[in-house]
Write a protein that binds this ligand. Structure first.
Ligand code: ARG
Length: 584
């Protein structure tokens, strides 16, 4: 592994020393960014001049005189009120890219000096319930954040906090006792059968529960049996969990997402620790008894009539709920898993819950200044009409139906484009294109915003879609195939065309973008980077002939740029959980 210093970092360093040589007392940021006029522009002198009450153009001229043009910087000049325009040598750009090219999948990107441990809570469906469109975002965003964080060298631990506990299990288990054989053993069913069995049991038990008072009473007693650890009851509960997992796995597979069994640690996993959590909170005075319940109050959290809204740790009947489970999970994640960051990819509608849970955990000392906790509350998926996504009958959309439709739609696009593919190949590509389209549409919008689920737009070849990126990748592969024996190879002695520098400087920014997107939990920044990469590649390809370039060296150098672009696209998409087929 050979990390490469990015060109912007190299320039930044030179400018920072020039700035401090000019104004030693100032701790100055050159504020370097990419520019259309030159390769980079630095605006930092303006703020500095203001502070030092100096003339900005004069100060800029002084800074310029401190910069030695050389291997990297070819030219630096003052422009406008005191900006610095910086042009790099062609050689520095090509050599930098060549070093990235030599570094395999990492593309010259270094790993963090001091990686932390992030426990990421995502993809948390509920047992015995169908996954719907609301579960899409947590899975997709969580998986992408994890990919990006891992790439920076952070250690991530997944936690799928599935809803596997609660009073509804009394009803379900009691029904199963009275109607044995309604759930086939988990080993004997596929995902579809599992869900259809669970649905049937759920609906049927609901009907009896709502109409039969005596059954209701038996179901209530069953909850008590479950909570007290009755063996037969627990076995039946486990059957619901196992059957549901068969179904979850089938959906995650459709989503082209790897979920590890040991990371499915649901609400029930914290049952044993909850009494202690409650006891500690009460002893420390963080929680107090109110009308029999154990609750935590917050000054700034109030509901109707300005009444404080408490976090309920233990209900008056002694039962523990969602909050107790999450508080106990925090203790486990910080103490046993040694997390330095806790990340929860959970619907924004639960943000108040997490605000209270985090605050309570801080008061208890379970969350310290060394540990960050963040609820990445994402927005809602809307239908094409801009209203929350529902079926025509007004029901929530099943996640599977939605994925199937995306794949079907993608198959049409693939079929139209590629005449020489077999039906099997079309179906395989369709899955990669369709699922990629769904993920990309989700990831390319800032997570806290709502977005429209519009399949026509998502599988379009034009615009900011994954299909556009996948085509750019496949087109490059086809050029590389056509090149035959001519191998991509860097030629630092060559002069670069404008489109080549623009592409090259963007390739250099890959690592910086992943680090920024990972640190800010902002996958859309990586998506935007990749879209721009594909666009810059398109203009490069329009302006610079590759296989018909003037000299053999230029052909090789351009093939090298093509290949590095493809590998960067591939790696970036992979971090987001999206495939890049070799042919489309
Ligand atoms: N299962 C919950 C739901 O579907 C989400 C769980 C979120 N994670 C957590 N630690 N509370 O709403």
């Amino acid at each position: 592994m050979a990390p490469v210093t990015s060109l912007s970092d190299a320039v930044n360093q030179q400018l920072t020393s020039a700035l401090s040589a000019t104004l030693p007392e100032a701790d100055a940021d050159p504020l370097l960014r990419r520019s259309d006029r030159a390769d980079f522009q630095a605006n930092g002198v303006l703020a500095l001049a203001k502070k030092a009450k100096a003339n900005p153009r004069e100060l800029a001229t002084q800074v310029v005189s401190q910069v030695v043009a050389g291997d990297v910087i070819k030219d630096i000049e003052v422009s406008g009120p005191g900006f610095l325009n910086i042009t790099l040598t062609d050689r520095a750009i090509t050599e930098n890219l060549a070093a990235r090219y030599e570094d395999g999948d990492r593309l010259g990107v270094p790993v963090k000096d001091r990686p932390g441990i992030t426990v990421i809570d995502y993809a948390q469906p509920n047992v015995a319930k169908e996954m719907h469109v609301g579960h899409l975002r947590s899975a997709v965003i969580g998986d992408a954040l994890r990919g990006m964080l891992d790439f920076t060298g952070e250690r991530t631990i997944g936690r799928h906090h599935i809803g596997d506990w609660g009073t509804q299990f009394g009803m379900l288990i009691q029904y199963l006792i009275e109607n044995p054989g309604e759930l086939a053993p988990a080993a004997e069913v596929d995902g579809e059968q599992a869900m259809s069995n669970l649905n049937r049991v759920y609906k049927a038990s609901r009907v009896v529960f709502d109409s039969d008072e005596e059954f209701k009473e038996r179901a209530r007693k069953r909850v008590v049996a479950l909570q007290s650890g009755d063996k037969e009851t627990l076995e039946l509960w486990q059957q619901f969990v196992d059957e549901s997992k068969v179904y979850f796995y089938s959906v995650f597979e459709k989503l082209d997402m790897e979920i590890r069994d040991e990371e499915i640690v649901g609400e029930s996993a914290y049952n044993d620790g909850m009494p202690e959590t409650a006891r500690l909170l009460e002893e420390m005075g963080v929680a107090e008894r109110s009308e029999g319940a154990l609750v935590v109050f917050f000054d700034d959290i109030r509901g109707k009539d300005d009444q404080p809204v408490p976090l309920i740790v233990q209900k008056a009947d002694g039962g523990f709920g969602y909050a107790a489970s999450d508080l106990t999970a925090i203790r486990n994640r910080v103490t046993d898993l040694h997390a330095t960051s806790l990340l929860y990819v959970v619907d924004v509608r639960q943000s108040l819950h997490f605000k209270m849970v985090f605050e309570a955990a801080r008061r208890a000392g379970w969350l310290t200044d060394e540990v960050t906790a963040h609820n990445m509350g994402y927005g809602t998926v809307l239908g094409a009409d801009g209203k929350p996504f529902k079926t025509r009958e007004g029901e929530t959309v099943k996640l599977e139906d939605l994925l199937d439709e995306a794949v079907q739609r993608a198959a049409e696009v693939v079929r139209e484009k590629a005449q020489d593919l077999t039906e099997d190949e079309i179906q395989e590509r369709a899955a990669q294109v369709g699922i990629g389209a769904v993920k990309y549409a989700d990831l390319s919008t800032s997570p806290n915003r709502d977005y429209k689920f519009d399949l026509d737009q998502m599988v379009s070849l034009n615009g900011d879609t994954s299909v556009y990126l996948q085509y750019a990748y496949a087109r490059i592969q086809s050029i590389l195939r056509k090149a035959g024996d001519v191998r991509p190879s860097a030629h630092p002695e060559l002069e670069l065309a404008d489109a080549e520098r623009a592409l090259g400087l963007h390739l250099d920014a890959f690592g910086g973008t992943v680090f920024e997107a990972a640190a800010e939990y902002a996958p859309h920044k990586l998506a935007a980077y990749l879209y721009q990469l594909a666009s810059l590649y398109t203009s490069f390809y329009d302006k610079c002939p590759v296989l018909k370039a003037d000299t053999p060296a230029q052909v090789e150098n351009r093939l090298f740029l093509c290949d590095l672009t493809a590998r960067t696209l591939h790696q970036g998409m992979a971090l987001l959980g999206i495939r890049t087929p070799e042919r489309l």
